[in-house]
Design a protein around this ligand. Structure first.
Ligand code: FE2
Ligand code: FE2
Length: 166
């Protein structure tokens, strides 16, 4: 079967490389989960990492630096808005999978494994097209439009933030 992993290079400028390298694992695990070769727990652990680390690096470092540059050259911020919307979808689905639902009468009921698997499959599909969109879309814009000295600065801020999160 054709894998998304084979269609992407995961190579970019200093401003995007750390994040692109993290995408490799996301694509491997998402494809693996959809093909039943990755277990639910392992997959959900990776989604937790994506939400708590990867998305934070993007939303807390890369996007704030890039947003004014994007607006200056292209007079738009739509690509960032779309990407952030997908982060929100993933967070909502993860929340639904990982926390028990309170039923009438105040009894907490865990979702069944089947429900968790279905929702996690939705997460995996979003993640795959999300990474594809970043690799071929937004990150390409960053690599093209961000001035070199700001790329250097972004790289060191990403590394610092990464250390503070792990
Ligand atoms: Fe993202
Ligand atoms: Fe990403």
């Amino acid at each position: 079967m054709m894998s998304l992993k084979d269609t992407l290079t995961f190579q970019g400028s200093k401003a995007t490389q750390l994040l692109r390298t993290q995408h490799i694992r996301t694509v491997e695990l998402s494809e693996g989960f959809l093909e039943n070769s990755v277990e639910l727990k392992q997959y959900l652990d990776h989604i937790k990492f994506s939400i708590n680390v990867h998305f934070v690096l993007e939303e807390g470092v890369l996007f704030p630096i890039f947003r004014p540059i994007l607006q200056k050259y292209l007079e738009m911020e739509e690509p960032i808005r779309v990407i952030m919307g997908e982060h929100t979808s993933v967070k909502r689905l993860y929340q639904a999978v990982s926390s028990p639902v309170t039923q009438e009468g105040g009894i907490d009921i865990e979702s069944s494994d089947e429900e968790k698997t279905i929702k996690s499959g939705q997460i995996a599909k979003i993640m795959l097209q999300h990474v594809y969109k970043e690799e071929n879309g937004l990150f390409g814009l960053v690599d093209k439009f961000m001035p070199d000295e700001i790329k250097e600065e972004t790289q060191s801020k990403l590394e610092q933030k990464m250390k503070s999160l792990s």
